[in-house]
Design a protein around this ligand. Structure first.
Ligand SMILES: CC(C)(COP(=O)(O)OP(=O)(O)OC[C@H]1O[C@@H](n2cnc3c(N)ncnc32)[C@H](O)[C@@H]1OP(=O)(O)O)[C@@H](O)C(=O)NCCC(=O)NCCS
Length: 169
């Protein structure tokens, strides 16, 4: 099934639903940078999750040069996809996660397709991503969205060119 998804900029309205999904259905290392805090979804880690996302409320031209989007499917927040401005002109890097119950239904590819459209509308020409060769879910999503993949030093680098026709939504 290819699910229909909508992207909503992460803001105070969807931050708590996003945290709820992350805490219930994702590992901290998949959704935020490491922090010094008790293991698991401790109060300190929840606060760090909020601050990590608030830091990017300024979007592509803000201090983190990152625009984060809540992935909404069936009216519910199910995950997050972001784009971060790179030094190369017209280039952003993307990353995403979904709650466990939303995985394996094609929502990741649907969300990345939406992100490619949003990036093109923002004037970007290239979207890149980095993952590991063992992340079969991420690799499948990237391939479905037309990425060229290159492995180097144990990492997998993906590049999606927005000059060519975008994949259908
Ligand atoms: C990577 C991720 C976003 C993929 O999104 P997704 O919506 O699950 O992707 P898809 O539904 O298109 O599935 C991709 C492939 O992975 C497989 N897969 C995904 N989740 C799975 C699960 N829970 N169990 C079994 N297989 C799964 C699917 O079978 C599918 O294979 P196919 O393309 O051959 O059919 C999601 O798995 C995720 O959030 N993972 C944790 C965070 C992460 O690794 N992010 C990427 C960092 S670079």
């Amino acid at each position: 099934m290819t699910g229909a998804v909508r992207l909503e900029p992460v803001d105070e309205r969807n931050l708590e639903p996003l945290l709820s999904v992350a805490a219930a259905e994702a590992d901290p290392e998949d959704v935020m940078p490491p922090v010094q805090a008790p293991a698991g979804w401790s109060l300190a880690r929840r606060d760090a999750f909020r601050e990590f996302h608030r830091a990017s409320f300024g979007g592509l031209d803000g201090p983190t040069r990152t625009q984060m989007y809540a992935i909404v499917a069936g009216g519910e927040v199910v995950g997050m996809v972001r784009m971060t401005r790179r030094d190369e002109p017209g280039t952003v890097e993307t990353g995403m996660w979904l709650g466990r119950s939303a995985r394996g239904q094609g929502l990741g590819a649907a969300a990345l397709r939406e992100l490619l459209h949003v990036a093109a509308a923002a004037g970007m020409r290239t979207v890149v991503a980095e993952t590991t060769p063992d992340n079969t879910g991420a690799i499948s999503v990237l391939k479905k969205c037309g990425a060229e993949l290159r492995e180097k030093d144990g990492k997998l680098y993906a590049e999606m060119c927005l000059d060519s026709a975008l994949p259908a939504r």
